[in-house]
Structures are given as C-alpha cells and as structure tokens.
Design a protein around this ligand. Structure first.
Ligand code: PGA
Length: 258
C-alpha cells in the first residue's frame, strides 16, 4: 500500500504573543531539517500569523490558521475569513477542534460550512473529530466519529476530499497526558478510512491523510507512526517547545522512511 506523505502539525492554541511566536519560529526554523519526506505546519494565534510567515519564508514549514469563519468578509466582529488567512501566508486551517466544539458551540454543521469555505481558495482543512471519555466508556466511539464524518463532510465531493486532512483526536487524550494506545488509535483510524472507502471509493480512501492528536510527544510519535493508518500528528503542548516539536518531526521522518 502506498503510504501517504505524513504531516506533523503544531497547534499553538492561545499561547504566544507576536514576539514570543517569533522566537519560537526562529528556533524551529533552525531545528527542523529541510526535508521533503514529511510536511510540517504550525498554527499560531491569528495575531502572530504575519510575523511567523515572515520568518518562515524560505523554510519548508507551512503556516496554518487555528479556525476561520465561512463568510469571505462582512460585519462579523472578531472573525477571520479564508482569504484573510491566505493573504497572511497560510495554506492550512484547523477546523472543528474539540476545544472549539466544547467552548464555542461549534457543531458538525458549522464544521461543514467552514470546510466548504476553506477549499475554494486552496487552504487545506485539517478537520478534527473524536469522542469524549464518556462516549468511549459507553462504546459510542465509532458512532460518534461516524456522525462527525457524515455531517461534517456532507456535500464534499471526491475531488474535494482529496484536499482534506482528517485529525482523529480523542478528547480525553488532549492535554491530559493520556495517549490512546497505538492499537486504540489505529482501530479508529482504520474505521475512518473504511468510512472514506464506502463514501468515496478505495483509491480516494487510500490517499486521505489521517493524523492522530492527543498528548503526542517525542516519546510516542515513533510507535504511532508505525501504524498502517496513522499519517502524522496534530501536536498541541509539545509544539510549544522547539526542541520537542523538532524531535517529533525528526522521529516521524525516521518512521516514515524505515
Ligand atoms: P495536546 O493537544 O498535544 O496538548 O494533547 C492536541 C490538540 O489539541 O490538537
């Protein structure tokens, strides 16, 4: 089976002012090797995008937004549109992160609108899905993930889905230090790819990149990357430390090229 090109993405969440982001980016740029085997992306807060974009010029590290609104422009105080992200140098955008769903009322329906808004201008949506601890304990993991896929990707064509990256992030593993075991993660990744196959056919399903997220660190990335359906990671906490993030990138390259 042709392995997909991995992506290691850093989600900085609501950390780093502009100057702090500049410092982290400069360190990262010097530590992350100029490799083409793995895609690397960082998603700083909106206020730091332009300064980070400037520093990343000439490096292999891509830039992403942490969210977007689906309108192009208008009277939507506090919101950011796809063209604004593109103009700031982004080619990725994280959509539907569990913290957006939990604290800001995002639903599968709003996730769907945001994906539809990201695609036309060429932003790669990193669409986050995953079950809560209570859902896992009551054996609802697959049904929750299935509903997130069905509703979140409603109307997305097979041409479009090839531009989408999915991130499976069990909510109970985010920022908690609890990582899903590699088998638990692989099981859900396989389920997601199976859903893709039913919805879009075998060849498309084989090409869709599915990241794992939730307490990823240098100590566990190698094992995660050996799993057949895990194509990289969405990293929160460990992406705020240049050494850790660069180590995750390096270890994922080794795993991908083994
Ligand atoms: P974490 O966050 O790595 O700190 O668990 C992952 C995420 O929220 O994307």
């Amino acid at each position: 089976m042709a392995k997909r090109k991995p992506l290691i993405a850093g989600n900085w969440k609501m950390y780093k002012t502009g100057p702090q982001a500049a410092e982290l980016t400069s360190r990262l740029k010097s530590l992350v090797p100029d490799i083409m085997d793995v895609d690397v992306m960082v998603a700083p807060p909106f206020t730091a995008l332009e300064v980070v974009a400037g520093i990343l010029k000439g490096s292999v590290i891509h830039l992403g937004g942490q969210d977007l609104f689906w309108e192009v422009e208008g009277a939507y105080t506090g919101e950011i549109s796809a063209p604004m992200l593109e103009a700031a140098g982004c080619n990725y955008v994280i959509i539907g992160h569990s913290e957006r769903r939990q604290y800001f009322g995002e639903t599968n329906a709003t996730v769907n609108r945001k994906i539809q808004a990201a695609l036309p201008g060429g932003l790669i949506p990193v669409v986050c899905i995953g079950e809560s601890e209570a859902e896992r304990e009551s054996n609802e993991t697959f049904s929750v993930v299935q509903k997130q896929l069905e509703e979140g990707l409603e109307g997305i064509t097979s041409d479009e889905i090839q531009k989408v990256t999915v991130a499976y992030e069990p909510v109970w593993a985010i920022g908690t230090g609890k990582t899903a075991t590699t088998d638990q993660a692989q099981e859900v990744h396989q389920f997601i790819r199976g859903w893709m196959e039913t919805a879009y056919g075998n060849s498309v399903a084989n090409d869709v990149r599915i990241l794992y997220g939730g307490s990823v660190k240098p100590e566990n990335i190698g094992d995660l990357m050996t799993m057949a359906d895990i194509d990289g990671a969405l990293v929160g906490g460990a992406s705020l430390d240049a050494d850790s993030f660069a180590a995750i990138v390096r270890l994922s390259i080794n795993a991908a090229t083994d």
